[in-house]
Design a protein around this ligand. Structure first.
Ligand code: MN3
Ligand code: MN3
Length: 329
């Protein structure tokens, strides 16, 4: 066995000019699903049409699949193959949040849907060919880094796939809760969704920066860029069909497709590439759903104002409980 040397992560010496900033921003954004109260949405849920409920459940089911894949495979594979120990630490934190994301949809489901309905959604996820295509495609690039002869090109494609998942593939699903929230419906559940959107926003930027670092070292940049663009195109075609399948019955297909293209351009920018999709206008109700005063999702913005956790923890000691019983007479 070779004598491999193991390094300890040293945060006193920056690995790059962004890991520290992303570490801090990620921690500022920490949240857990159980601190939200989606049961406030019960009346709103009852007021939705059968078709709208059906689309909502499918949208959340699809999102659950993507966050499951990201927490179990995407982040761990990337963590194992990037060089910087500080980047690995940031990714590990993000990985934990992916598990919270994946769980949080269940927190919404369990409030609004019956056990049978929930089982139907998870069954639908397993059988939906477009969702399975998304997962299979992204997963194949994640697993590419584990080949015995894997190169930096494989790492670049895994990072690129991750950016596509974070910055592009989620948005056909995010559209509906944001659109409903923009009109005052399902608002409490949307607070959870908006926390996820805010997290995915920094995940896409961070993984994009690592991808750009790897890209700089490649000899065949143009070839790899084209390879990335062809994966994007393949997934884009699939997103169009997925969108038609789940949104036609509620008449939102055109708007969702536009939102998908808008986010496709964001994914490209996160990779350091030029936007390629023509976007006329994103449905203002969706942007309204994102931009209520309760939540900010812009990078480096503060924590949302509707959720404040204590960031400074003071550990209590036994002495703290010894009250001074001396009474002045
Ligand atoms: Mn996530
Ligand atoms: Mn993510």
């Amino acid at each position: 066995m070779e004598n491999k040397v193991f390094n300890a992560v040293n945060w006193n010496k920056p690995d790059n000019d962004y890991a520290q900033v992303f570490w801090e921003q990620n921690i500022k954004q920490f949240w857990i699903d159980t601190e939200y109260i989606p049961s406030k949405d019960m009346d709103s849920w009852k007021g939705l049409s059968y078709e709208m409920k059906s689309t909502y459940k499918k949208a959340l089911g699809g999102l659950t699949l993507l966050d499951t894949l990201q927490s179990h495979t995407g982040m761990p594979k990337i963590i194992d193959h990037v060089d910087s120990l500080q980047n690995k630490a940031v990714l590990s934190y993000m990985c934990m949040m992916e598990a919270i994301h994946a769980k949080s949809y269940s927190t919404i489901f369990t409030t609004v849907a019956s056990t049978n309905e929930i089982n139907d959604v998870f069954g639908w996820v397993r059988e939906n060919k477009y969702l399975q295509f998304k997962a299979r495609t992204i997963d194949s690039y994640y697993r590419g880094v584990d080949k015995p002869d894997a190169t930096d090109e494989d790492l670049f494609m895994a990072l690129g796939a991750s950016v596509l998942l974070e910055s592009f593939l989620f948005y056909s699903g995010f559209f509906l809760p944001l659109w409903l929230c923009g009109q005052g419906q399902m608002v409490a559940s949307a607070d959870i969704i908006k926390k996820i959107v805010a997290d995915e926003s920094i995940h896409g930027i961070f993984v994009g920066l690592i991808a750009q670092d790897v890209y700089k070292t490649l000899d065949n940049k143009e070839e790899m860029k084209q390879k990335f663009l062809s994966v994007l195109d393949e997934l884009y075609q699939n997103e169009m069909k997925y969108t038609e399948e789940i949104y036609t019955e509620v008449g939102l297909t055109a708007e969702v497709k536009e939102y998908v293209r808008y986010n496709g351009n964001k994914a490209l920018m996160n990779m350091g590439f030029e936007p390629i999709f023509e976007v006329k206008q994103v449905n203002p109700i969706v942007l309204n759903g994102l931009n209520t005063e309760t939540t900010q999702h812009d990078f480096f913005s503060k924590k949302s104002t509707n959720y404040e956790k204590a960031l400074e923890i003071v550990h209590l000691k036994d002495e703290d409980f010894k009250m001074d019983m001396a009474v002045e007479v």
